[in-house]
Ligand binder design. Sequence first.
Ligand SMILES: *Cc1c(COP(=O)(O)O)cnc(C)c1O
Length: 524
Amino acid sequence: MKYFSTRGGGPKLSFEETVLTGLAPDGGLYIPESIPTLPPNWQTEWKSYSFVDLSVAILSLFISRDEVSEPDLRALVVKSYSTFRHPDITPLVKLDDRRFVLELFHGPTFAFKDVALQLLGNLFEFFLLRRNAKKAAGETPEKLTVVGATSGDTGSAAIYGLRNKANISIFILYPKGRVSPIQEAQMATVTDANVHTIAVQGTFDDCQDIVKTLFGDAEFNATHRLGAVNSINWARILAQTVYYFLAYFHIQPHLPDTSADVQFVVPTGNFGDILAGYYAKRMGLPMGNLVVATNANDILARFWNSGRYEKADSELPVSDGKQSGVRETLSPAMDILVSSNFERLLWYLAYENAQGDDENARMVASSATLASWMSTMRTDGRVAIPVDILETARRDFRATRISDEETLQTIRSHFEASPSYIADPHTAVGLAAGKAIASKESTIPLQIMLSTAHPAKFSEAVVQALRGQPSFDFDRDVLPPEFVGLLEKERNVVEVPGPEVDLVKKVIERFAIVDAGSGGVVGV
Ligand SMILES: *Cc1c(COP(=O)(O)O)cnc(C)c1O
């Protein structure tokens, strides 16, 4: 299996090259040259598979055997998910007869990004070790220096994915005093020698600007070649397809009949999580449509509504001061202006509507269409997608936006329900969206809501929603044992007294593995 850029530039890459490259040089995202179909007997064969078995089976369809052997792949998968606390890895929890929650937060940092980043870290290490083993004595070994900025919630997943990995150093910048104490502690208490948490006196935007400047710095890049672990990395999407399959098998005993279609509801920011569901569907996993649940940063909900993909909401008055920027919400991991992975879906939509004499001509045409949309988006901040293409998107997806007030209300109503369920604010956006969409469908769908974080990870919103409830006790009902005492644990943080690139450079030069031959970036 080879991968190519959505925008059509550059050569096709192997899986290994795709994973190590991240973003394509033409600015596009890598996608597989074809979407594999499931083996004929998958439904009986895979029925009793564990998460690990399913992961090996699915990943094998996208990774050539001669690139990673089956025993090597299995060893990587086993290692990646041995850090999870639940035997199912991503357990399915029943709320009532037609609603289920797929909990994706049982990994080391209590959020769904662990599912992908645990595997990505091991893939990086595996490929680097293999490359270095082939080098002659005296040749410089390949290393990776990952640098990224976080507003608090996702830096820890990257750190836990890369901690203690051979040939890799990771530097995560965060705005000092502007992330929650638990989030800060989750990053700062990782004291492995290759992990460097940097507290910058400044804002999150300052941190992001510093990272961008570092990557745009030709000289710095000459010594630190770029790779990527951000959410556009193909391996992250691939890793996330697995839980859709697991959920499909786990829900079967609860279905009224085997033909019942299940709708998946996904709290969405950069469109990675839900895109994995789209791939599962395209591979042949039976499911109803996928629901895009956004917070007030609703570029995707607006797209499905209008066909316009635009940063600012043109229907808002220009005087709305927040119009051009990201809105801060109670579900910060979904606070985005544009959704990077949406480009991959747009390619498939363009392809379905492309003209051409053969497969290859249609693929070339889709990339050209996509590249022109992306270029319009870059210059104008908006692009109008033709109506036939929008209709194609509406066949597989529903989309809706949920406010902070609805998020809080949903946390409360699920706490009060029987059985009681305590949702984190991102999961609550999904629960609220599922309810809103169900009320509009002609037949009430069965739904699986993806739960993307543990409520203790976003405790401020949970406490804000539930503090009036006499029977609510945060320490008893929410706080996991792993978080107890976390704030007092030993820390390793480098302080940078101002938002200055040169100061951060010095830290990286001082701590990066000597002879670092490459670097990478972590998106948030
Ligand atoms: C990253 C994240 C999301 C959004 O996932 P995307 O793949 O970016 O759409 C939702 N919830 C939580 C808790 C996250 O960390």
